[in-house]
Design a protein around this ligand. Sequence first.
Ligand code: 6PG
Length: 251
Amino acid sequence: MPERKEIIIKDDAYSLAGTGADLVVSAALESVQQTGRFTLAVSGGSTPRAMHRSLGRKPCLSQIPWPGVHIFWVDERCVPGYDPASNYGRARHDFLNRIPVKEDQIHPMPVDLPPEEGAEKYQDEISSIFKIGGHDFPDFDLIFLGLGLDGHVASLFPGQKVLAEKEKWVAAVKGGDPDVSRLTLTLPVLNEAHRIVFLVSGKDKAPAVKTVLEGDEENLPAQMIQPRTGRLIWLLDREAASMLSWTTQTG
Ligand code: 6PG
């Protein structure tokens, strides 16, 4: 499969967030024009928060065709929305309360059920929006992923059996920091996306970025992100890209 990897390096976290928000605007306008809707899946953690805040402010606020937007999560910790560890809770605070969408356009993962049930329920919710049976995989228009220090993405952690999941769209797992039960989209769903953007910032992520992009082994979850037909964009700030060789940086 041809390497369809694009690497964009920004000076700092502020311009990284702005470029990420611009990618949402352009993908949303293109998707809504082509299909009448824009399906976005966001990650949790701290990196995407500045970008999320940009989505809830001008100019993004007036550029995105909100009536066609559906927002999903890549993963969620099974904690209440008011818990600081809740990805949905943080997104609600950072931008969901500011964007002009109806509640049925926002699709938080169901954390109030036993995790296995929650995973099945979320697959049903995704299916109701994508209107496809269980045998295909939903093709999100844009998925944002973070990168863990250990090379994890979403809640897909190294060595976990969920990495071999070939049928389920959503899985119940446990691990990470905080080490709690989680729901996560699976690799077949992530790799079905039209656009996947890794958003990575900070010096502490430089070793993981180098290992994932230049390492010999291919066993880290982040290295298993290989979109079947979509675009793969690594959006890095200089610190996160600081250990990459020049050839990788220049593509
Ligand atoms: C989660 C995230 C997770 C995150 C990475 C990076 O729920 O924890 O989805 O995959 O993207 O751990 O997190 P930071 O952005 O906080 O470094």
